[in-house]
Design a protein around this ligand. Sequence first.
Ligand code: FES
Ligand SMILES: [Fe+2]
Length: 451
Amino acid sequence: MDVSRKTAPRPYSGYYLRDVPEPDAELTRTGPGTPMGELMRRFWQPVCLSSELTDLPHAIRVLGEDLVAFRDKRGEIGVLLRHCSHRGTSLEYGIVSERGIRCCYHGWLFDIDGTVLETPGEPPDSGMKDTLRHGAYPAREYRGLVFAYMGPPDEQLEFPILDTYGKPDNEMVPYSVWHPCNWLQVKENFVDPAHAYFLHSTITTVQFSNAWAEMPTFDWDETPDRQGMYYITARRVDGRVWVRSNHIWLPNVGQVGALLEKAEKEKFFNRVSITRWTVPIDDMHTWIIGWRHFNKDVDPFDEGRRDECGPGSVDFEGQTGNRSYEERQRVPGDWDAQVSQREIAVHALEHLGYTDGGVAMWRRLLRRAVRGEMEVTAQRSRADGDPLHTYTHDTVLEIAETPDEDARRLKAVGRDVLEAILSGDAYEGEARRSHIRKALGEVKAKYGVPA
Ligand code: FES
Ligand SMILES: [Fe+2]
């Protein structure tokens, strides 16, 4: 009997609804040669933390490829195919050398770019090393993270610098979190602001702060360059309206506003507490790798815990599988909700509703990109060398509640706040901030109730 959840006989229709169709291969498969995998390989991806490169090699798996990362004794970083070109021994057992890494089995020595430097068992007149190359990817380090470029060499982009890195009191602490599930469902959490009200605030306990326990209005839009998207939520918190947007862009980067935002006072375009990539290990496993940002704007009460951020851990509730099963069942967090959507969430079994507008928009955007229906210019450095503009923010405006205030009015405040922020795109640095401040002042005046 071919039935769906809408047509199944009821009650007790489990017998008819037990089949699990195949996942959406176009968006979830990222191995070599897959459309999504090829898209991701066009961008610098973080592959581990600098602190994980010790005097020993570090085995990593990225986009379904087994690799080894190491820092040679000159301090240069190599990211090589993990299995030796001689007879396949893993270079995780290699010896980190002055220049490159030496395989433990028969001593072949590989430079960071894959050049075969020595094949010591071969006769002196052997030309073997000069005719072979070992697979390697360009790597670079930035603020405690190691990035690799795994795409075609002639398409390599400059490493992108975002506007949020340069804030003077901004401390960026690297971290990573392992997820035994597909990358896409981890990424989609970003454009699902409804879960913050339910999972984080009202279903069990308040996991972040009370301000989150107010149901916001929801809105989503693509960024003006159509290379990413953001959500726009607006909530009333006492005599203030708190507007927040989280921005994600192609194919797998995003930034989060203040984690523990309390909307306790007026704030104009406060920036990010997390920058993170959602990097497929393979189709069933995913790293979140990025930085926690600590500064006075996003953590005014000094609640962040730098010492809890590092390989495999981050300092806020429910983000890892490191808690006991019982604890995770009693107070489930993001990690439990996402990982348990199945190893690869099956879109054919979902029923997307109003609050899933962002998920649907993100999938449409990804599909356009993997099908080549748009040019993906996200993360391209700008010709003038200025950092890339990003839009994640928390803005809190003192706007008194009117007797007839409804969701439509709050949503309009959210839209106007976003427009004010976008109007800053014509400026850079401090000029951009001060333009946005002024434009947000005008939004406040528009909705303000004269005393
Ligand atoms: S297997 Fe690596 S040198 Fe022989
Ligand atoms: Fe969350």
